[in-house]
Write a protein that binds this ligand. Structure first.
Ligand code: MIC
Ligand code: SF4
Length: 647
């Protein structure tokens, strides 16, 4: 039987198990990369495991999120990351070098390899034919310490691209928006999305990377393109042709499902507030006033994308009521655009140039005004993520954002008379790796500022969990809801006691205080709906609740990375056996689950008694044997420490 691309890569990296959908497999990892907002914890955890230097062939520590330095905290974190990279044997990408996913695509990713990144948009590397997976910091630390990465082998879904994009106004972004429209934000859970078909050859590697990047919004484990002559072209232009291998699916490869997208039939699309799957044709919104446009992020900030944007703006002026912000994805992109005079065209048109970092995408500056409309070429538009609670954030392709910025309102791009110069794919990118510090062989000290605190540990799970259901939330709760980001809270990522005060602040301001109050009285249980914990890889959405005494989350279903993070920090993720039981539990009910340790070692069925109402219902945990062991041990850190360093 033939193999698809994902199976070929997993098959060539197997440490144990069989690459069959649903089976547990352990894979050897070629690269691990971290970004600063999740990286400080990951490297503190790596240090706590105590194995010395990294054991994977390549580790890279990026700085791209926490770049607004309104006090000492972020700068101290950067210094910690620089010195810990030196001490542990990782490359260090200095602040200013760019967004992790874009830089990694340019300088490190390679077809046929497997990468883990402590960020949900790590699958950007799938545009290169690399299997790239987003994970929590502790999973990354454990793999860097020498363990294989364990995952439940996902199903592989084939997306066949046919036809030709109606360029310039229909772009790669519209392909992934179309898929989100069809599959929704939970349609990719437990799946790898593999692209194939004649339309693949229409797309450059950076365009493919836009699609695999935003596959994270489907909840997919990863997304991947084959490696072909366009991949070779990109790698050669990056001076890395030796990293190229051809990688395509066998003709008789098997997939769990096939979806076809006819590129010729696509029109410019836009995701409505506040979810990336609320997708409509742009033309339907014509006339909607726009106050802000943001172009860039790890989704759409390649050299070609921004050059085309500049051709729309050149010689024109951003509308008076609009603020247009632009963050090039990397120093390479920035310097190439600067060298060709493109930055000058952008600035002349009124663009507010930002540094190569995440910026407004994660509320690190650039918050819209009260009640304002912001249209962004980014990947997420969850409520409040921009930093302004009542802002309406829409997502669209970069050219559409530029057009709206000129017009001051949404218009049908297909009716526009503005000419776009289609950018030619460079035969040679500008290569200057002076902001990448290679791993040093010297023993170096690690600098830890006063805001960097130790990683808290949990005790092994109790036989009886009796706790208050302090919070009952609905479907598709995001990690931004659980552990908000933004310029005030992100600097606390290295300080769990401090950041835990903000858990669930956007939904229930008193949650953290009440959880602390009941911490010694059995703690807290959270009750959730479908796709609980969608969005980012931030383990703080599990670690901070764990610190507050959250013992279990009972939900209808979980998002992959968040579920793994809960397990890694010893919080029991339970699903309702009958989803209708969700409506039986009310906020404040006292819940009791007996025989937890025995169930974890056995059938993993639990009876949850609602002591307040005098009723009970059933829940299950479906953990793999390794996951069950982690929860029994109080989480992955105590478990790994015991395994690697006997502590
Ligand atoms: C995001 O886009 O939400 C982030 C910020 O990049 C996160 C990581 C984090 O919270 O630090 C992600 O996507 O995983
Ligand atoms: Fe940064 Fe936004 Fe990309 Fe997350 S989605 S890595 S915050 S640019």
């Amino acid at each position: 039987m033939g193999k698809n691309v994902a199976e070929k890569i997993i098959g060539s990296h197997l440490a144990y198990g069989e690459a069959k959908a649903g089976a547990e497999v352990g894979v050897r990892i070629d690269e691990v990369y971290t970004q600063d907002a999740t990286g400080t914890m990951a490297w503190l955890q790596f240090e706590a495991i105590g194995v010395g230097r990294v054991k994977v062939p390549l580790a890279v520590s990026y700085v791209d999120h926490n770049m607004l330095q309104s006090n000492f905290m972020n700068a101290d974190d950067h210094e910690f990351l620089r010195t810990s990279s030196a001490a542990f044997g990782a490359w260090f990408s200095r602040p200013g070098n760019g967004i992790s996913h874009q830089v990694n695509l340019e300088r490190f990713s390679a077809p046929g390899k497997i990468a883990l990144g402590t960020d949900s948009h790590t699958p950007t590397g799938g545009g290169m034919g690399m299997l790239a997976i987003g994970v929590g910091g502790l999973d990354a630390a454990t793999v860097m310490a020498g363990a294989p990465f364990e995952l439940r082998m996902p199903e592989v879904v084939r997306v066949v691209l046919t036809g030709k994009l109606r360029r310039p106004w229909v772009a790669a972004m519209d392909i992934i928006l179309e898929l989100l429209r069809r599959l929704t934000v939970k349609g990719g859970v437990g799946k790898i999305i593999e692209y194939s078909g004649p339309g693949v050859g229409e797309l450059s590697v950076p365009e493919r990377a836009t699609i695999t990047n935003m596959g994270a919004e489907l909840g997919a484990t990863s997304s991947i393109f084959p490696s072909d002559e366009r991949t070779f072209h990109f790698l050669k232009a990056q001076g890395r042709e030796k990293d190229w291998v051809e990688l395509t699916a066998d003709v008789d490869a098997v997939y769990s499902q096939t979806i076809e997208i006819d590129l010729s039939a696509l029109e410019p699309l836009i995701a409505m507030p506040h979810s990336p799957d609320s997708v409509r044709p742009v033309r339907e919104l014509a006339g909607t006033r726009v106050n802000q446009a943001c172009i860039g992020s790890c989704t759409n900030s390649s050299y070609m994308a921004l050059k085309e944007v500049a051709s729309v703006l050149k010689g024109r002026t951003v509308a008076p009521g609009v603020s247009l912000l632009l963050n090039p994805g990397s120093k390479q992109v920035y310097t190439m655009l600067a060298g060709e005079g493109v930055i000058s065209e952008l600035v002349s048109a009124g663009v507010r140039m930002l540094e190569s970092s995440c910026g407004p995408c994660i509320g690190m500056g650039g918050a819209p005004g009260s009640g304002h409309v912001s249209v962004r070429s980014y990947n997420r538009n969850f409520k409040g993520r921009s930093g302004t609670k009542d802002a309406s954030v829409y997502l669209a392709n970069p050219l559409v954002c530029a057009l709206f910025a000129l017009k001051g309102e949404m218009v049908d791009p297909l009716k526009s008379d503005i000419q776009v110069d289609i950018a030619k794919e460079p035969d040679k990118y500008l290569i200057n790796d002076n902001m990448l510090i290679p791993p040093s062989a010297e023993k170096a000290g690690i600098s830890k500022g006063p805001n960097i605190k130790e990683v808290p540990l949990k005790t092994p799970v109790e036989e009886t969990i009796e706790a208050d259901a302090l919070l009952v939330v609905g479907d598709n709760i995001t990690t931004d809801d659980i552990m908000p980001a933004g310029s005030q809270i992100l600097p606390l990522r290295s300080n769990i006691p401090a950041i835990s005060e903000y858990v669930y602040t956007g939904i229930d301001e008193g949650f953290s205080r009440r959880a602390r109050e009941v911490r010694e009285k059995g703690g807290t249980i959270i009750v959730g709906g479908e796709n609980y914990g969608q969005g980012s890889s931030r383990e703080h959405a599990a670690l901070a609740p764990m610190f507050l005494g959250v013992k279990a989350v009972i939900a209808k279903s979980f998002a992959r990375i968040h579920r793994a993070n809960l397990i890694n920090f010893g919080i029991l993720p339970l699903t309702f056996k009958n989803p209708e039981d969700y409506s039986k539990v009310a906020k404040g009910d006292r819940l009791c689950i007996k025989g937890v340790r025995d169930s974890l070692k056995g059938a993993q069925n639990y009876v949850v008694e609602d002591l307040t109402k005098g009723i009970s219902f059933e829940a299950v945990s479906n953990l793999t044997p390794r996951e069950a062991e982690l929860v029994l041990a109080g989480g992955l850190l105590p478990y790994t420490r015991a395994r690697f360093s006997g502590k």
